[in-house]
Design a protein around this ligand. Structure first.
Ligand code: SF4
Length: 497
């Protein structure tokens, strides 16, 4: 018999290696690698959803008649060796893994690899689109995806005459005290209880609150979450997708990324559902377009550039900082109200939405000069949807500009004023977002000017930074700001900020 090796982020019976499989001739291998479990200080909920999803998927495959070898091993290759020793398969087949190192592993171990079909745009198609383009602009890629899959198109034109509704979708948080849609929890069952007990044994090697049923761990749960999002939440997604509210962690975000990243949902079924909701008049175009842009635009673009620029990309270190991840990110108390709120959310749910990741965590890390690889690793381990293909472009490219602008044409650097505008965090904070010196100086604001001054020689030629650099030159108290920045950085390192 042949063996089909399925990885923990490929749990869908429609993946290319499984969709034509036959229980009479194919068995399935799932390996839980202890090396992976011990490889990072993972968030407990991240491990829970991966392990529970694998177990549920194994049970589904058994119900379809497959023999499933669920195997614990010290590493993935050792799991494969042990499986081959026990079952002597005629061939081991796998769908191409989601990571560069995973592909290399299969090449080394003589596994037959079939192309990955978990994205609308494969790595090969992305490379063809990229061709010899000087710049790989996400907007161009997104329009190409819309056209080739005829998503939100009227013939050759975008519906409603526009490709992009960002202008309507960047509003600050509403002040009307509105109620936001709720989110259901899935009842914990015997699989969850068994996984929780396994994770208890890891003690302090992992962190974060226990799994409470928030994140889907089966295709059925993921489909339920998708339906719920489309019906109750998508309409409100657009206008406030970049806003942050202290007492509302999810706003109208979909909470579908972990399900998509584990393979439980295919991106095309997600965007078709959103398009159907628009075409049936249930959601406005700005919300449907804003969400679809995130899925077949940004998400697929990130996947594409990961494969296009790896393996050198993960080592890019332009603007390279050398600091460790700040203690405030690792659980030390902090007076920075915006940071404390995001970190509390990560502890409780292994989640922060994209603007919290980019403009609070990534921004502070870049301004302070945190080492990009350390930041990538921390975010990969801390988020429910973490993976190398997600985190390398998002942290190295988008958040920290360590790729020198290959992905984003300017650094996403923001002072406290940006956070004040897009959130309600600053009211009640120990710091003042408009102060760059003095006891109440906001760390974001002080470090923002220090960052621009520190990197002036490399940023002054960037035309998109022209306004910021000319404001820097007009700053009358720059020496005092830079002196304050040294105090701020020392406090950040000491965990006393
Ligand atoms: Fe964050 Fe600064 Fe606002 Fe405080 S004042 S919440 S540290 S941006």
């Amino acid at each position: 018999m042949r063996t089909i090796w399925v990885f923990g982020d490929q749990c869908n019976s429609q993946i290319s290696s499984l969709r034509d499989a036959d229980p009479a001739t194919d068995r399935v291998l799932l390996v839980r690698s202890m090396r992976k479990l011990a490889g990072k200080r993972w968030h407990r909920q991240r491990l829970h959803v991966v392990l529970a999803t694998m177990r549920r998927f194994a049970a589904e495959l058994r119900a379809q008649g497959f023999t499933v070898d669920e195997r614990d091993a010290s590493s993935l290759p050792e799991g494969l060796v042990a499986h081959r020793d026990e079952y002597a398969p005629t061939e081991v087949l796998a769908m191409s893994p989601m990571s560069w190192d995973g592909v290399a592993l299969l090449e080394r171990t003589g596994v037959t690899v079939v192309p990955n079909n978990q994205f609308a745009c494969s790595a090969r198609e992305f490379a063809m689109w990229a061709g010899d383009k000087k710049r790989l602009r996400m907007e161009d890629f997104y329009r190409w995806q819309r056209q080739r899959f005829t998503i939100l198109m009227d013939g050759d034109e975008p519906v409603d005459g526009r490709w992009n509704f960002d202008a309507e979708n960047r509003e600050p948080p509403p002040k009307d005290g509105r109620a936001w849609p709720g989110v259901n929890r899935y009842p914990l069952d015997a699989i969850d209880i068994a996984v929780a007990a396994e994770l208890d044994a890891l003690g302090d090697a992992i962190f974060g609150a226990p799994y409470d049923g928030l994140w889907p761990t089966s295709r059925a749960q993921a489909l339920e979450r998708l339906d719920d999002f489309i019906e109750h939440t998508l309409a409100g997604f657009g206008p406030h997708e970049d806003a942050m509210l202290m007492d509302e962690w999810k706003l109208a975000h979909s909470l579908l990324s972990s399900a998509m990243n584990l393979g439980l949902l295919h991106p095309l079924e997600v965007v078709r559902a959103a398009e159907d909701a628009y075409r049936s008049g249930v959601v406005p175009i700005a919300s449907a377009e804003g969400f679809i842009r995130q899925v077949i635009g940004w998400r697929e673009y990130v996947w594409g550039v990961y494969w296009h620029w790896m393996p050198e990309y993960r080592d890019a270190r332009v603007l390279a900082g050398t600091r460790s991840v700040p203690p405030a990110f690792l659980g030390a108390p902090t007076k920075m109200r915006c940071v404390a709120n995001v970190i509390d959310g990560i502890h409780d749910r292994a989640y922060a939405h994209h603007i919290q990741r980019l403009m609070v965590l990534g921004n502070l890390a870049m301004l302070a000069g945190v080492e990009p690889g350390a930041m990538t690793d921390w975010m990969w381990a801390s988020f429910i949807d973490g993976a190398e293909w997600v985190m390398v472009p998002n942290v190295i490219g988008m958040a920290m500009h360590a790729d020198g602008g290959r992905m984003a044409t300017k650094p996403y650097a923001g002072s406290g004023s940006y956070i004040k505008k897009m959130s309600n965090a600053c009211k009640g904070c120990a710091y003042d977002p408009s102060a760059r010196t003095g006891e109440r100086a906001c760390p974001f604001t002080t470090l923002y000017w220090d960052f621009l001054a520190r990197h002036e020689s490399s940023l002054r030629g960037n035309h998109r930074m022209r306004n910021q650099m000319s404001m820097l030159r007009r700053l009358s108290d720059l020496d005092a700001v830079r002196a304050q920045a040294q105090t701020t950085l020392a406090a950040l390192d000491a965990g006393t900020l």
